[in-house]
Design a protein around this ligand. Structure first.
Ligand code: DGL
Length: 225
């Protein structure tokens, strides 16, 4: 069984993608709503939560665990070798997709405050010789948690998305990583604002990664909210 966790709605986006890619995979999902948002937490707080989330999913019987959250994935390297066993972070596969998408070697990243502070995306992108520009867009997490999305957006919500993209919109990039699994819920609006820039969804890339390593036959999803 695959375990997936996140602070909230982002993990549901990953789960929805996985359902499309591998409908028969058996999944156990945990959304840590009590401690949401993760994006404003310190690295030590995040590490404590990730350790607990991994343990919880293992106790539920998960054989492989996808960290369905970019913020939580930033502390993956701090886990012990034993804790990392069959645990998959989401940053590397997302960057890999962005590197394939970019023609000019300049990739934008929007993510939570904690993810941008960690520079986890930037380090991974620069390791491959491309340029990264990162901007925090924490406000979009609250927007999505509040129920707003491409199919339902208030005027204030729309302004919030435009404000969050106001600087990155002027950067010379041709690929933009939605470096928080909450953000794909707003991908239509983000795409409208960003024009011809290719969007890379961390939720989709995470789901694809875990389906490659873990999907066997199985049915049903146990959802803990
Ligand atoms: N969905 C999460 C991520 O991918 C975290 C959002 C939050 O709780 O701040 O980073």
């Amino acid at each position: 069984m695959i375990g997936i966790f996140d602070s909230g709605m982002g993990g549901l986006n990953v789960l929805a993608e996985l359902r499309q890619i591998a409908p028969l995979c058996d999944v156990c999902f945990f959304a840590d709503r009590e401690n949401a948002p993760y994006g404003t937490k310190s690295p030590s707080e995040l590490l404590r939560l990730v350790r607990r989330d991994v343990k919880l999913l293992r106790e539920c019987g998960a054989d492989e665990i996808l960290i369905g959250c970019c913020t939580a994935s930033t502390v993956y390297g701090e886990l012990s070798e034993g804790e990392r066993r069959r645990v998959f972070p989401i940053i590397k596969p997302t960057v890999k997709a962005a590197l394939t998408a970019t023609k000019i070697g300049r990739i934008g990243v929007i993510a939570t405050e904690a993810t941008v502070r960690s520079h986890a995306f930037r380090q991974e992108i620069e390791r491959e010789g491309a340029v990264a520009v990162e901007y925090a867009a924490q406000a979009l997490v609250s927007l999505v948690e509040g129920g707003e999305s491409d199919s339902y957006i208030t005027r204030t919500g729309l302004k919030c998305v435009r404000d969050a993209l106001s600087e990155i919109k002027n950067e010379k990039i041709d690929a933009l990583i939605l470096g928080c699994t909450h953000f794909p819920r707003l991908s239509g609006i983000i795409s409208d604002v960003m024009g011809s820039v290719r969007l890379i969804s961390s939720a989709y890339e995470g789901a694809l990664e875990i389906s490659r390593v873990a999907c066997t036959d199985g049915v049903g999803a146990t959802v803990y909210l």
